[in-house]
Each structure stands twice: as structure tokens, then as C-alpha cells.
Design a protein around this ligand. Sequence first.
Ligand SMILES: Cc1cc2nc3c(=O)[nH]c(=O)nc-3n(C[C@H](O)[C@H](O)[C@H](O)COP(=O)(O)OP(=O)(O)OC[C@H]3O[C@@H](n4cnc5c(N)ncnc54)[C@H](O)[C@@H]3O)c2cc1C
Length: 310
Amino acid sequence: METLRQIAQKINIAGTTTILAEPMSHHTTFRIGGPADLYIAVRTQSEFRRAVAILAAEGIPVFIVGGGANLLVSDKGIRGAVIDTNGLAEAWPSGLSMVVQAGIRIDRLAEEYLARGMEGMENFYGMPGTLGGALFMNARCYEKDISEIVEGFTLLDVGDRLEYFVNDASLWAYKSSPFQKGGRYAGRYIVSVRLKVSPGKPEALASIMRARRMDRVAKGHYRFPSAGSMFRNNRNFGKPTGVIIDSLGLRGMRMGDAQIAPWHGNIFINRGTASANDMLRLIALAQERVKSAYGFQLEPEVLFVGEPQE
Ligand SMILES: Cc1cc2nc3c(=O)[nH]c(=O)nc-3n(C[C@H](O)[C@H](O)[C@H](O)COP(=O)(O)OP(=O)(O)OC[C@H]3O[C@@H](n4cnc5c(N)ncnc54)[C@H](O)[C@@H]3O)c2cc1C
């Protein structure tokens, strides 16, 4: 097998950025995470394909990062390659839809919709991350799931096949998508997405977008590095998870620099130099306390990725 350095050079021939031992803390909103063995930032669909094909031929595992807004990366980092899709950020109208590359930022996409007087993305304004990550997570904002506006998607697989699929609404559920483990498209990479659009009133759309952002500012979403909600909500709990955690007086609780936000029980923040280990210990503590007080098992919404911690 070639060394990672040789593989990086091969991918880099096309001018693609490749970095060995890149700290993932630079690519996650938590600002936490050890080194990815090989980090690759692609700018075009053909760079993406080329990188995936070379890595597949060498048997190197691949992890895709968008905005890193829903990730807790291990202090030991990620073995294999990480492909960053942020360079894939074009959007163009196509018939009655929009076709959008997976790495576009959600905010930019919402602004693109607004500029064209189209509704569909306004509720997502202010949510960190990319469209690809939003699809993977089936992101949900203000009672709207991203899956509601998805018409179809083009996926890449390790066999270098690019294929378009018409969306099937029955494959999605609350925070669950067909790209996740066990789903129909697990293991494939989202390259671009065909989204529904419908005409809207620009003033009304702009006012909703402003309100969404202001609401997030008021809720302290951007005050410290975080990954948004730590745990999923669960209808069976009868209350939002944040309220359950609050009720046990856990707000403000710390493990090193990892803290349950003093203003919100379901937002876990990095006060400066938190490690993944600190954050995992804090997650375990919240789970234990909730389990013993209510009997509920809190399920993290944030994905833990990379090499397992001790
Ligand atoms: C302040 C704050 C507020 C938030 N508010 C919300 C909210 O209101 N609602 C909500 O649902 N979430 C919220 N989040 C979480 C986060 O913004 C979303 O989950 C977002 O959709 C993640 O997108 P991303 O690009 O950052 O994905 P990443 O975190 O980079 O990746 C998430 C998963 O998607 C996979 N992935 C990414 N791109 C692709 C691709 N092209 N192909 C295949 N797989 C891919 C990754 O491999 C990973 O498994 C919030 C986070 C923060 C920091």
C-alpha cells in the first residue's frame, strides 16, 4: 500500500488541497477534535470524484465533513481521510426547481432563495452547516424538516458511480435520513440536491429570516462554540430535553472547559479548551442523572466520530 503522503500527492496533482495530520478542531463548530490523517478540501465535483476513487482504490476509509456543526470529533482524531465539501457551493435554477451542490452553506442558500423571491429555506436561516450535512441529519428548524423540500439528489459511490435518485418521502423521519447507518443510501456521498421552490414575497421572507436569526441570537446559539442541541427530543418524554435537564439543576455544570450552557440545558458549549473527553464525560453525566431521575435514556443528536476514546 502506498503511504498517505504518496496518496495525498496523487490527489494533489489536480491542485486539490491535501493536508496530513490536520486538526479537526479547525473544522468543527465545537472547536474540538484531534488530527485527521489526511484532510482533503475539494473544489469541484470532478475533484470530489477523483479523491473518492483514489482513496477507494487504496482502501482508505473516508469521512465527509460539511460545516462540522453536528460533530464531536475524538481527541485522537480520525484515521483515514476526511473530505471537506465546502468548496462545492454552486446553485442554479433548473425548470421549477433549484439544483444545489452539497457544500453550500445553509445561510447562503437561504439568501439565494430570497434573492430569487422563492420560499422554502427561510426557516433554516441561521443554522450553521452545509446542505449535505442538513440532508444527512434531516435538519429541523421551526417545525420544518429539510426533507420536505428535497425533490431528489445526485449521489457518488466508492465505485465512482454518480446517480440521480428521486426523493422518496417515506425514507425520512424526525432527524433521520436515508443516508444514515442502515438507510437506503448509507455509504454514498451527496454531491448535489434538487430542491423545491415556490414563489414567495421577498419582504415576508426577509422578515422571517431576520426573526429566525434574532431568535437564535436571543437563545445564545452563537455565544460559545457548540454543536447546537446535544440530545434528541423525544415525544415520549412529554417535555423538551432541555427542560428535563434544567429541571435537575444541571445547567452550568462543567467538566474541564466543557459546560452545559448556563442558559439552556440542551446546549453544551466549549468555554475555551474543552477536549472531546471532557465533553463525553459531561454527556455521560447528564445521561446518568436523567436516567436515574426519570428513567429516560437521552440519545445524543451530535455525532461522535473518529477513533474511540479510552
Ligand atoms: C449554533 C447551532 C445551532 C444549530 N441549530 C440546529 C437546528 O435548529 N436544527 C438542526 O437540525 N440542527 C441544528 N444544529 C446542528 C447542525 O447545524 C445541523 O445538524 C447541520 O445540518 C449539520 O450540517 P454540517 O454541514 O455542519 O454537517 P457535519 O456536521 O459536517 O456532518 C454531519 C453528518 O453529515 C455527513 N455529511 C455531511 N455532508 C455530507 C455529504 N455531502 N454527503 C454525505 N454525508 C455528508 C457527515 O459525514 C456527518 O456524518 C445547530 C448547530 C449549531 C452549532
